[in-house]
Design a protein around this ligand. Sequence first.
Ligand code: AMP
Ligand code: MG
Length: 344
Amino acid sequence: MTIILGLESSCDETAAALVTDDGRILAHKLATQEAQHRPYGGVVPEIAARAHAEALMPLVDGALHEAGLTLNDVDAIAATAGPGLIGGVMVGLVTGKALAHAAGKPLIAVNHLEGHALSPRLADQSLQFPYMLLLVSGGHCQILRVDGVGQYRRLATTIDDAAGEAFDKTAKLLGLGYPGGPLVEQAALAGNAKAVPLPRPLVGTADPHFSFAGLKSAVMRAYQSGQYSVEDIAASFTQAVVDCLIDRTKRALEGNPGVTALVVAGGVAANGAVRDALTQLAASHDLPFVAPPLWLCTDNGAMIAWAGAERFRLGMTDPMDVAARPRWPLDPTAEKARGAGVKA
Ligand code: AMP
Ligand code: MG
């Protein structure tokens, strides 16, 4: 049995966790920076980096204390090395390097997206490769076929905004606040999803990708028209996002027979309407639907520790001069998607 310490600091969540290679979570600690970023309506990179620098070591100490362990009991240290806001990534990676150096333990530089991609196997030890992953977070919207540790085929990505970003921008537009996803979901519960005619960008096309920018503009026009309630706009917007996610994921499933499950990860997976629609989609393809518990869907340290455990098992460790990377696609062979603010 090996024990991995995992560090996460790529966005606005600072986290540390201890996980075993047989899937036990010995401790996980997390500090969210939501309150610090709220006045600005979004994540401010420098505030984020400073907050990670303050929070990370106390969380590491807290996790070790909770598990009743010292750094000497840990077999390797895994830290997010990208992609993400570079200041924060550097705080976590350099902390990981320093701890690894001081304790004489191996370092594992983890791709944050790999953390999300493999976290379902921490939640469900029976999940086998290859599986289809819909990764829907604040920074990413991708469909990946997960063939093995380090083996990812990116089948689709967004050509403009990520799904969570669309939720956040819609919330801001509707005056609901930050972070937007849960507030839009709450408003949508009291609205009519058919009330506002909104586009479903790229749905039904041969293009495999996602696009949410046009939807966001349509939401703005609907709001400014004064014809609709905030609740109806929130419900109709949510339905449009769900329709886009389902159509694109269905297309990916049809082109990739032989996957063992449909899996979702990322903060948008917290949305009940998204989960319900994906549950139905999986059932219609005779596939199990795996959704990690909500705390494991959003950014956390356990998924980084687990990705570290999966890599460590295969002998994949990294040198001390490994670089922090603001961009780091999981599938380096994937073609660049066309579009304006394309995300890797
Ligand atoms: P992550 O980037 O994985 O940490 O997830 C954060 C993103 O998930 C943000 O863009 C949130 O707005 C979004 N999100 C969180 N909860 C919900 C929800 N209930 N419905 C829709 N989006 C959500
Ligand atoms: Mg994330």
